[in-house]
Ligand binder design. Sequence first.
Ligand code: RIB
Length: 311
Amino acid sequence: MINSAVQIVVVGSYNRDFALRVDQFPIPGETRLSLGRAESPGGKGSNQAIQAARCGAPTAMIAALGQDPAGDEALSLWSGLQIEAGAVVRLSDVATGMAMILVNHQAENMIVVDSGANDRLSEHHIFAAKSLIAQARLVLAQLETPMAATKAAFDLARRAGVTTLLNAAPANRALDHSLLALTDILCVNENEGTALSGKTSPEAIGTSLLEVGPAMVILTLGVDGAMLFQRGQPPLRAHPPAVNAVDTTGAGDAFIGAFAAQWLLNQDPSAALHFALAAGALACTGQGAAASFGNREEIERLAASCPARPS
Ligand code: RIB
């Protein structure tokens, strides 16, 4: 049964995250002792869906999970957040995705993902969710699930007049450039932007990516905030509120989920950028990915403490 009130459909991954805190990252061949461990829900797709839902946007997931306890946990997490999961598939011969994460004293992270079931999300699963996609307002995807499935979803969205938002992460996944032609809003960090455009300066990355399809390019710049490029307009620049960061894992996902939810309210890119930066900053103040995301009220409170300032 499709919930016709769904506004954001996320086509993406779910991972069980296993994180270890370390004083510093090991070098090749080195063994270090952990300062603590944590297990929590992750996956860029699920993280972004959770943040959008916590900001009040009716959200659905299209994802592939194993028939295992980690898959059960994902479904119960989404159910608790009213994230529609009717189009989520369970596969009996593959495990739910997992990620091994190291977080150092500077709150930086290193992540290795074992895709598991995420890699088995197919065009067939997308076509089965055609009516869910067609009634949405925004379809959001990343590069942790197969490109063919994302292209099928964006193609259905385009035909139905539904906005598409692609977070081209992780950077090391080869991107089929025909997907960019189906993308309305592209969001990348500097590494991903350089990998896609071959450019290094933020202005050159944004301008060059606008030429390959998307009408809007958002470039995240870590502690330096983010820039938003639209054809024929000067770029917007915004800065994040200062916070005491303990773990940056999932901060980019919080940014994107919050941007999507806020942008749908009134299509004001400047307000959405400011709100999304506060969501990303808030996500850095707690350990884990989605476990540290704020709700709309908490994000608005932090955003208000750091009014938008001109670039
Ligand atoms: O963006 C952070 C996420 O990347 C983690 O939750 C991990 O699962 C990987 O997908």
